[in-house]
Structures are given as C-alpha cells and as structure tokens.
Design a protein around this ligand. Structure first.
Ligand code: ADP
Length: 510
C-alpha cells in the first residue's frame, strides 16, 4: 500500500502531517496540531504536525502488538527486502530530505544531505544484517542432539529520538528493530517531526505491513510518558538528555523493560606537541563546531600540551572567528542556528556567565541578530582559553558551538583531565607517535576512540555508545544492535528414547 500523509492544505498553504498508525496516516485523536518552525527563521512555518496524546499512543501500541504476532514470526529475508526497498526509495529523495532537514533542524544543507545519505546506508546495512546467522550450533553430551541458540525478537519497542540527528538516529534504531523482527512505536523529538515523517513514508511505501512501524508525533509529556508506561512496550531505545535518560532508566527498571540509553558527552580532543598542528586544527574545529556543536559526540574540550597551547589556541581563535554563520540553505554557510530560541539564549547565557566568572573568552558567544539572522537562533561560535578542568565549562555538556582549551603537561595529565568527567562517549588524540596512541586507546574512558581524527566521526557498521554517564552499557549500530533488539533462546532437540543410542548425563541446573 502506498500511503501518503494527511496533507490538508490550510489557508496559507501550510502542510499538515498526521500520525502513522496501523498502516494509515491519520490526525491526532483530538484533531490538534503543533506548529513546527525553522530555527533559522521563526517566520518560516515548516508544517503542522499531530499533537498526539494517550489515545493515539494506545492505538499505536495496539497496532504494534497485533502486528508483532505475524511480523515476529516472519522470514528475515522478507524483512531484508523491505529495508532494501526503503533504502532505494530514500536514496531517490536525498536532495529533498536533506533540504528539509536543514530547514527544520538548522544544520547546513551539506550536513543534511550527508545525514540522509547515512540513513540510506543504515537501512542497507540492516537489510544485510537481517540475513546473517541468527544463532549458534553447539556440541552436546548426546552426540545426536541438535543443540542451538536463536536470537528472537523482543516484541513492541519504543523508539524515542532527539532532534539533533532527526533522520539518522531514528534510522539506526528503527532499522535493526524491524530487521530482527520487532514492531515499533516511534516518537520523534517535537522539533523535528518532518524528517520522522519522511523516514516512515519510505518504509511504509517499501511495503511494511500495517502496524509494524507506527509514528506518533507530539510533546514528551503527552506522547513519551504514556508510551514508556505502557506495559506492552517491552523495550525502550532512547537518545537524549541525561535527565530524561535517568528517569527512563528508573521506570524501565521498575517495570522490567529492556532499555538502551545514549546520553550526553563532554568529549575531549587531546593535542600533543608532536601532532600535525594544521591537521589537528581542522579536526578539532570540525568536531566542536559542525552541526553548531549540537552532537553528543562534539568536541567541547581541547586538551593541549602546554608547549604548543599558545600557538594552537591562536590558530583555533583565527579559524573559529572566520566561520560563516547563517542560513543553512546558503551553500556558503558553515554553521547554522541552534535548534531554537531557548537553546540559543541558554548557550549565550552560559558563555556570558563563564566570562563573568573570569574565564578568558577569545571568540564569539554572542547572539547574532543582524540582516538575514534577525529571526533565527544564531550564536557566534565561542572559544575559551585556560579553562579550569573542574569548572562548569570544563565539566558540563553545553550542547552548542563552544570550545574550551585546557593546557596540560604531556599525555599522563591529559588523560587524567580527559577522564575526570561524568561522561565517556568519544575522545580524540592527535599525535605522530604510535606508542602514545596505544597508551591513549588503553587509558581513555570513552566508548568511541579516535587517533588523528575528530571526536564526532562514526561509521554505521561498528558499535556506537559511551562509557560511564554517556550510556547504559548497551551499544547501538553494527552487530551490537542485535544484542539489544533480540533475546536468546537455547534449544535442545533430543531423539525419542528408542532412537537415542547412548543417552548422556546432561545434569540439571536451577
Ligand atoms: P533533547 O534535549 O535532545 O531534546 P530530551 O531528553 O529532552 O533531549 O528529549 C529527547 C526525546 O525524548 C524527545 O523525543 C523528547 O520528546 C523525549 N522525551 C522527553 N521527556 C520524556 C519522558 N519523560 N518520557 C518519554 N520521552 C521523553
């Protein structure tokens, strides 16, 4: 079935988008909608989206629970075919969706296209993964026993995603969930529902049976809460803030749901005296500032060997000051707005507060409201020098274009400083020395470790996730996704007694 969203043209020609429940695009039960405005220009209304509530969530979980009865028992090959088809559909729309992403979320057109392209790759990767072995065959004490394990799907999964990667994060949660036989209720961030609609459209058009994937848009309290509290939702995959992650962890623990959390980061890039300075500069600036610093893997601390700290800080200052901040759809723009006015005010406020407390501000931090930036959430990329590692600037995730330089004496101090935060998502080291690289890779407390490349790089075929407060010990992407989205069954198939030549002693365990 080719399902198109509810697109009731209103007076101003603004499109209205519904939820996708049980294979149908439909408005919220109450008929209410939420406005979605571009962060680059508040006058630009991207669309109206279903302002859903508990009735919509219940209908979506009903549909997902019913669909699981057949989808979960179906062939992984059939699921792979649908994911392949969805990848092809999405691939044909990369330019359009990349543009919509830039308009809706605020990252540059190049990044929007890159993220949509990544989503295509993710769908293809999990189409392949769906066809990989589902378990292992073991020897048994009885030579003719067939003893094997099989990874089985969990059931109805809640996928709750943030706005900063509005199509790639949903893709890397939803594709494996479906590939391994689960059904999904997807609640995207309220700031980026259009990208969510586009991903669901591609999967629906590829032939997903009704109820296998359901999209419910709306606010956290009215959609997220009833979703995670529904007893039929057996697993929750969440990316977002540490505060919400902590409350979901508690809730899932209480009601015995499986949970996967991807939370914040305070990611360091260590630059040692022997590093190629130009190379380090490019990667530290890109890691800190691309996507306006709104990546959980963004670099927010440049931990620099004191011998080169002055020179490197000067290089950073020049490069950061020269970044072109503006309309993400303008090909000249390097840095777009923050996600909304509240985020821009918060980040500018954090910079001002640090400055007031005497931290040395070398560049940026102010709101930009001139010319084409007057209606957007723009903040000039900021650089602080001589940051105290134990200060707020050295410890807290600000989730914006703000970088602090922390001078240190050599690798040992760099590692100690890098590790002394509650997070452990990603980290980089810039050096030419192999033994230093190996010591760093061993000593750094981070789930994703780079040597000579930026903290934000990630490939979809390998596990992604953090240590300490950045995650819940689970990993996403690559083969790790199967661990989360399945449960293991161990099967002993013995011959009937008359045909069993020499029954072995299996033993029994409680
Ligand atoms: P961010 O700061 O990136 O928006 P949040 O943690 O606030 O991170 O939100 C991430 C996602 O989690 C969003 O889709 C949001 O609507 C949803 N969410 C927020 N609070 C809750 C909650 N209590 N229960 C379920 N989902 C929630």
């Amino acid at each position: 079935m080719v399902a198109a969203p509810t697109r009731a043209e209103t007076g101003g020609g603004v499109q209205t988008f519904g939820n996708y429940i049980a294979g149908e695009w439909r408005p919220a039960a109450t008929g209410e909608t939420l406005e979605n405005r571009s962060p680059s220009n508040r006058d630009d209304l991207v669309g109206l989206f279903a302002a859903s509530g508990p009735d919509d969530v219940r209908a979506a979980v009903d549909a997902a629970a019913e669909a699981f009865e057949t989808w979960g028992k179906g062939s992984p090959i059939a699921r792979a075919n649908i994911l392949h088809k969805a990848a092809n559909i999405l691939e044909g729309r990369i330019e359009q969706i990349g543009r919509e992403l830039a308009r809706e979320e605020g990252k540059t057109l190049k990044e929007g296209i890159g993220e949509t392209t990544r989503s295509v790759q993710i769908l293809r990767y999990y189409a392949g993964e769906a066809q990989q072995p589902t378990g292992e065959h073991y020897p048994s004490v009885n030579p003719l026993t067939l003893l094997y394990t099989v990874h089985e799907p969990l059931g109805v999964c809640a996928v709750i995603t943030p706005w900063n990667f509005p199509i790639a994060i949903p893709a890397w949660k939803i594709a494996p969930a479906l590939a391994f036989g689960n059904t999904v209720v997807f609640k995207p961030a309220s700031q980026t529902p259009l990208c969510a609609v586009r991903l669901v459209e591609a999967l629906a058009e590829a032939g997903l049976p009704p109820g296998v994937l359901n999209l419910v848009t709306g606010r956290a309290g009215s959609v997220g809460d009833p979703l995670v509290n529904d007893e039929r939702v057996v697993a929750i995959s969440f990316t977002g803030s540490n505060e919400v992650g902590a409350s979901l962890r508690k809730l899932a623990g209480e009601r015995g749901a499986k949970i996967q959390l991807e939370l914040g980061g305070k990611n360091p890039a260590i630059v040692l005296a022997d590093a190629d300075m130009d190379h380090a500069l490019m990667h530290v600036v890109n890691g800190a500032m691309m996507s306006t610093g709104q990546k959980c893997t963004a670099t927010s601390r440049a931990i620099v060997d004191r011998r080169v700290a002055g020179e490197f800080t000067e290089m950073l200052s020049k490069k950061i000051t020269a970044l072109r901040v503006g309309d993400p759809l303008d090909p000249e723009t390097q840095i777009g707005p923050l996600i909304d006015e509240a985020a821009a005010e918060r980040v500018a406020g954090e910079v001002q507060q640090a400055k007031d407390q005497g931290v040395s501000l070398l560049a940026g931090g102010e709101r930009l409201r001139d010319g084409g930036r007057k209606n957007g959430a723009f903040v000039a990329p900021a650089l602080f020098a001589e940051v105290d590692p134990s200060s707020r600037m050295g410890q807290e995730e600000l989730f914006g274009p703000v970088l602090g330089v922390i001078p240190v004496d050599g690798l040992d101090e760099a590692l100690a400083v890098a590790n002394k935060v509650r997070y452990g998502l990603s980290a980089s080291l810039f050096t030419r020395d192999l033994s230093t690289a190996l010591l760093f890779a061993q000593g750094i407390q981070a789930g994703i470790v780079h040597v000579n490349s930026e903290t934000a790089g990630a490939e979809p075929q390998v596990p992604f996730g953090g240590m300490k407060g950045s995650s819940s010990y689970s990993r996403e992407q690559g083969k790790a996704a199967r661990e989360f989205y399945t449960q293991m069954k161990t099967v002993y198939i013995d011959l009937p007694p008359a045909e069993q030549p020499s029954p072995g002693g299996r033993g029994s365990l409680a």
